[in-house]
Write a protein that binds this ligand. Sequence first.
Ligand code: NAD
Length: 499
Amino acid sequence: MSKKVPLFIDGEFIQSTTDQWIDVTNPATQEVIAQAPVATLDEMQRAVASAKKAFLTWKEVPVSERARVMMRYQALLKEHHDEIATILASETGKTFDDAKGDVWRGIEVVEHAANIPSLLMGETVENVARGIDSYSYTQPLGVCAGITPFNFPAMIPLWMFPLAIACGNTFILKPSEQDPLTPTKLVELFEQAGAPKGVLQVIHGGKEQVDFLLDEPAIKAISFVGSVPVGQYIYRRGTENMKRVQAFAGAKNHCVIMPDANKSQVISNLVGASVGAAGQRCMAISVALFVGSAREWIPEVAAELAKVKPGAWNDTNAAYGPLISPQAKQRVENFISQGVTEGAELLVDGRNCEVEGYPNGNWVGPTMFSGVTTDMEIYKNEIFGPVLCAMEVDSLDHALAVVNANPYGNGTSIFTASGAAARKYQHEVEVGQVGINIPIPVPLPFFSFTGWKGSFFGDLHAYGKQAVRFYSETKTITARWYESDIADVSGPNMTIHLK
Ligand code: NAD
């Protein structure tokens, strides 16, 4: 019998009373390794009640103590890094190294959350009028909630609950139903770090559970990461219900390759950024724009890509793992077939990929098209698989026009030896995260994750100072104290008092 994933409500791991369970599979074998519950209404209401109650005491806990919980949590995550990565690899199919990277990028956010006292500092101005001072405080919102995708089951929950809780909020997490074991381990360690009962709750399920969070009046802010249609839906419904919402969505990330770039750097970076993690990264490079004579490198990129071998989570030579599900594999293979029909040239074909010893894995081999045009479905859609689309353009201006016309704006890169070309690109490109000779420019947690356009719905982004603002309210105080009210310290009463 496979393991039943618990809910975490009111400080306890409990088994759901639901009669609906979702299979969690190992994507390399299809073995059912666990079952995630579809939380009942009663369970979700208990989670909200507990989070509301815990907020009343947690917001009064001194900020330095809240920071210390994050310090202990960071140490525990590091101590259990390999164990979390093993769980993560078994349910996502990621290679062990990639799984460790997923956990590590989350640990870095917890480190940032441990700096919460200075992040919460407000502003002060003395004498805004004669004898009047103004100052501001940053106060928590209340109960916040997070809905996370399958592709980073450690990093993305850790983008959310540590900072929200460090700010003094309580938090309800609804992880992806496809890989709930990693978040369960993260929560177990959070409890061990000394987080008081009720500050974090975990419910499992899908749309019905998300709708509950979107409609529950006690929840003040919703963080979401996932696909575009779901992100748009969550943003609309959440804001209609007068909640604060940040929704991070899909992407189509372009890499611009100038002819003066370092060719070997371009090839190795492009290969890793396009098919690494089976292309299941919102910051994967899925379109390479070869400018001018750089187009001559396309066959060499294809030759290097063709050498890349996927493999199982426990194969140390594997470059990447399987796709998350048979449906995801089918979807990617359909796109590859569609690209051929649309007239793109298939230089490397990842369909019908086999990995020895794992006949049932959701394998798709590295895939590359050339001659892709912007009207093709393989260009217009986020394929979310190990597929690179190569396009040829005449100039940097032409490349900029293509990238800026694309509805997404998560990440982009330019490879060049020219500072002037890089400067022009970073300045004019309408994308929120830009790499210069760096293929996947994910900002570290003291910055924020700043996707633009169709890749993000909301105002304030994940982690960094922006997340602190997202998870808090600013209270501005204007104060006057009348000097005439100061007690007469020389009077007889005061003298007695001072004795
Ligand atoms: P998804 O949208 O299918 O699911 C994300 C979450 O939403 C899950 O918890 C799921 O249970 C819930 N959900 C699914 N359908 C729903 C519905 N109809 N109503 C309400 N909730 C629903 O996304 P996924 O497949 O898990 O993740 C991959 C997507 O996430 C890709 O598009 C990827 O680009 C995107 N992503 C974006 C970022 C970013 O920072 N921009 C980061 C990681 C992943």
